[in-house]
Design a protein around this ligand. Structure first.
Ligand SMILES: Cc1ncc(COP(=O)(O)O)c(C=O)c1O
Length: 402
C-alpha cells in the first residue's frame, strides 16, 4: 500500500506523538502500556485517554476519603470543567448543560420545545435512534408531524434534500453532523443559510464529530448541539452535553426539576421561583461529577493537541484504510471522495473480488484478531482516531487481504 502523504510538520507531529502517548494501543511505544487490543470502533466507543483516567482515579479516591469535605474544591473544579468542555466546543460555559447521555440532551430539546399541532420536524432516515425517537415522541405528544428525509443512494445527506421538504410549517431540523453508519457529513454552513432566514431551529447531534473535527458552536450559527463523552472526545461513558445558544436558553422548558433548577439546596425553597437563566436550569440535581471531570480532561488534551491536527491525522489514517480496502476488492459505502473526505468513519462491504465474501467472515477475522469494529448496515464500520497508527491500519488491511 502506498500511503497518501500526511502533511503534518515537525511541531504538529510532536503534538500527535504526545496525543498518541495518552492512549493504550498495541504499536504505541510512547504510551508505555502494552495491549493486544486494536481500537477501530472509535465511532462506537474510544478507549479513554490517560488524563481522564487520572482524573477519575483522583476524584474516586477523594470521594472515598473526604466525603463532604470535597465540596469547595469540587465546585471550583466543576466550574473549570464546564469551561474546558465549552472551550473545545466553541460555546460559553453558561450555554453548556450536562446530561447523562447524548440522548438525554436531545430529549431535552425535543420535549422542551413548544411544538404546536401541525408543526413539522425534519429528520434523516439514517439517523441513530437516539436522534430519532425523541423527535418522534415530541411529535406524538404535541401533534407535530415528523418528516423523514431520504438520503441520496450513496448515503450522502445534502442540504438540498432537506430544502425540498421545507414548508411554511417547518419548525425544526434535527440532524447528525456526521452520520454514525456511513460518516456522511452535513454541510452545517449551508444548513444554517437555509434555516436561519426562515426561523427554523437547527438541532445538531455532533457526537460523531466533536473531539475529532474542528467545530465552533458560536460561529456555526446552529441553535443547539448535542453530544457525549465516550466517542471521539475520549472521555468516560456517562456525560452527555447540550450547547444551547444564549437566546434559546429560556426558550426550552426544562424536562426535569430539582433543587438546582432554580438556585441550590443552600437556599430556602421558593415555590414561585423561576428556573435559572443559564444552562444549569436543565441540570436538576447532583451531577455525574466523575464523568464530567474526566470529559474535561479529555477536552483539554484535545485543545492542547490542536483539533485541526487531530482531524488531519485521523482523516489521513482513514483515507489510507479506505484506499487499502478498495485495493483488496471491498466496496466502500461511505460517501467520501478523494477531494471531500471528512471524518474518520469508513463503512465497507464485501465485493466480487474481495477475499472475504460475507459480513460474518469479516467479523470473525476482525474479532479473532482483537480488532474492534461496528456492524452497522450497510456495512462493517471501521473508525480510526488520531491515536491509531499506520502500522495498525496496515495490520488490519493484511488481515482482510486473504
Ligand atoms: C449519532 C449518534 N448519536 C447519539 C449516540 C448515542 O449517544 P448516547 O448513548 O450518549 O445517547 C450515538 C452512539 O452510537 C450516535 O452514533
Amino acid at each position: 500500500m502506498t500511503p497518501a502523504n500526511n502533511t503534518g510538520n515537525e511541531t504538529s507531529n510532536d503534538k500527535i506523538s504526545f496525543f498518541r502517548g495518552q492512549f493504550v494501543s498495541p504499536f504505541n511505544s510512547t504510551s508505555g502500556d502494552a495491549s493486544e487490543l486494536f481500537h477501530f470502533n472509535n465511532a462506537g466507543q474510544t478507549p479513554m485517554c490517560r488524563p481522564a483516567l487520572v482524573m477519575l482515579e483522583k476524584w474516586a479516591r477523594r470521594f472515598y476519603e473526604e466525603g463532604a469535605h470535597v465540596y469547595p474544591s469540587l465546585v471550583k473544579e466543576m466550574s473549570e470543567a464546564r469551561k474546558a468542555v465549552a472551550d473545545v466546543l466553541g460555546c460559553q460555559a453558561r450555554e453548556l448543560a450536562f446530561f447523562q447521555s447524548a440522548a438525554g440532551a436531545i430529549s431535552q430539546v425535543a420535549l422542551g420545545f413548544d411544538f404546536k399541532p401541525g408543526d413539522e420536524i425534519i429528520v434523516w432516515e439514517q439517523e441513530y435512534p437516539s436522534n430519532l425517537y425523541p423527535w418522534n415522541e415530541a411529535a406524538r405528544r404535541t401533534g407535530a408531524k415528523l418528516v423523514i428525509a431520504k438520503n441520496e443512494p450513496d448515503f450522502s445527506t445534502p442540504v438540498e434534500a432537506l430544502q425540498r421538504l421545507i414548508t411554511p410549517r417547518t419548525r425544526l431540523i434535527a440532524s447528525s453532523w456526521v452520520q454514525f453508519r456511513t460518516g456522511a457529513m452535513l454541510d452545517l454552513e449551508a444548513l444554517v443559510e437555509l434555516a436561519r432566514p426562515k426561523g427554523i431551529f437547527t438541532c445538531i447531534d455532533i457526537i460523531q464529530g466533536a473531539g475529532l473535527l474542528p467545530f465552533d458552536f458560536q460561529a456555526s450559527g446552529i441553535d443547539a448541539a448535542c453530544g457525549g463523552s465516550h466517542k471521539w472526545m475520549t472521555g468516560a461513558h456517562g456525560a452527555g452535553f447540550l450547547a444551547l445558544r444564549e437566546e434559546n436558553l429560556e426558550r426550552l422548558t426544562p424536562l426535569m426539576f430539582g433543587a438546582a433548577t432554580i438556585t441550590s439546596p443552600d437556599y430556602a425553597p421558593d415555590l414561585n421561583g423561576r428556573p435559572r437563566s443559564d444552562s444549569q436550569r436543565f441540570e436538576p440535581g447532583g451531577k455525574a461529577f466523575l464523568e464530567i471531570l474526566a470529559l474535561a480532561e479529555a477536552a483539554k488534551l484535545i485543545t492542547d493537541t490542536g483539533i485541526a491536527r487531530i482531524a488531519q491525522e485521523a482523516e489521513w489514517l482513514a483515507r489510507n484504510l479506505m484506499h487499502g480496502l478498495r485495493e483488496h476488492g471491498y466496496v466502500i459505502n461511505s460517501p467520501h471522495g478523494p477531494s471531500h473526505f471528512r471524518g474518520a468513519i469508513v463503512s465497507f462491504k464485501p465485493g466480487p473480488d474481495s477475499p472475504l465474501k460475507s459480513f460474518a467472515e469479516i467479523e470473525k477475522r476482525l474479532s479473532d484478531n482483537h480488532v474492534s469494529y461496528g456492524l452497522r448496515p450497510p456495512g462493517v464500520r471501521l473508525s480510526p482516531h488520531a491515536f491509531n497508527t499506520l502500522d495498525e491500519i496496515e495490520r488490519v488491511l493484511k488481515l482482510l487481504s486473504t
